[in-house]
Design a protein around this ligand. Structure first.
Ligand code: ATP
Length: 241
């Protein structure tokens, strides 16, 4: 379990995440939603240990991140929104490269299963620079999860790609959830949020305004909408969900 205790983040004195206390349960699938600039990526980067809190502490399995850096890094897979691949390599070379430098022993069966579900073997010998956006995003996902992490953090994993690639990614993310992994992902996609999440985290202006089961969300949505009615963008997102 990951626990955030009064975690806040400021850039040059501008607070982008207000003090937040949150529990991320093992095996949960959390959809993070909110308007642009609400602090979603910041929250994900803090949990990924790519950013340090300005105040507060994050714990993993009861130990603070700072006292268990290695365990945190090995347990977490973070997939940024941006594609970060070596364009001149082939798909196979890219995967071999990341497998070889992984500090954690590679689980061949896991990687094989991931490649198969994402159908990456079909393009194994193609150079990345010639691949479509959908293939690049699938490969980006595969690279970020190559060490078989138990916590998968994904920043808009299917944004701007074709439907077939999107379905492949959703199939793999569902499989990860079934394997008992913890998923936390940012999404603006209703279908994705509904098929994958069992919990929603809703952010507005750096504040978590909702964090609970999908069922609770639907039961209390009208009240939440009432509380946030002056924020039209959030209202639009919530009524769409
Ligand atoms: N490294 C940084 N330095 C300064 N300001 C930053 C930095 N990273 C994020 N911010 C600011 O923090 C706020 C929250 O950004 P964040 O990217 O977390 O929002 P978001 O909800 O993910 O938005 P989007 O949906 O547009 O990706 C924004 O005002 C952004 O400009």
């Amino acid at each position: 379990m990951i626990t955030l205790k009064e975690v806040s983040k400021s850039y040059k004195k501008k607070e982008v995440l207000a003090p937040t206390t949150l529990e991320i349960e093992e095996g949960g699938a959390y959809g993070i939603v909110g308007p642009n600039g609400a602090g979603k990526s910041t929250l994900l980067k803090l949990i990924a240990s790519l950013e340090r809190p300005t105040k507060g502490t994050i714990y993993y399995q009861g130990k603070s991140y700072t006292s268990s850096v290695k365990n945190v890094r090995q347990s977490i897979g973070y997939i940024p929104q941006e594609i970060a691949l070596y364009e001149e390599l082939t798909v196979k070379e890219q995967l071999d490269f990341w497998s070889n430098i992984s500090p954690k022993k590679i689980d061949d069966a896991f990687v094989q299963n991931m490649k198969q579900t994402l159908r990456l073997d079909e393009v194994a010998n193609q150079r990345i620079q010639y691949l479509s956006g959908g293939w690049k995003r699938k490969l980006n996902l595969c690279v970020g999860l190559i060490h078989n992490p138990s916590i998968c953090l994904l920043d808009e994993p299917t944004a701007g790609i074709d439907l077939a690639a999107k379905e492949d990614i959703l199939t793999w993310l569902k499989a990860l959830h079934q394997q008992g992994k913890t998923l936390l992902y940012i999404s603006h996609d209703r279908h994705e949020l509904h098929t994958l999440s069992d919990q929603f985290i809703v952010l507005l202006n750096g504040h978590v305004v909702f964090h609970d089961d999908k069922e609770v969300f639907h039961r209390t949505k009208s009240q939440l909408l009432k509380n946030q009615e002056e924020h039209q963008e959030l209202e639009k997102i919530l009524s769409y969900l």
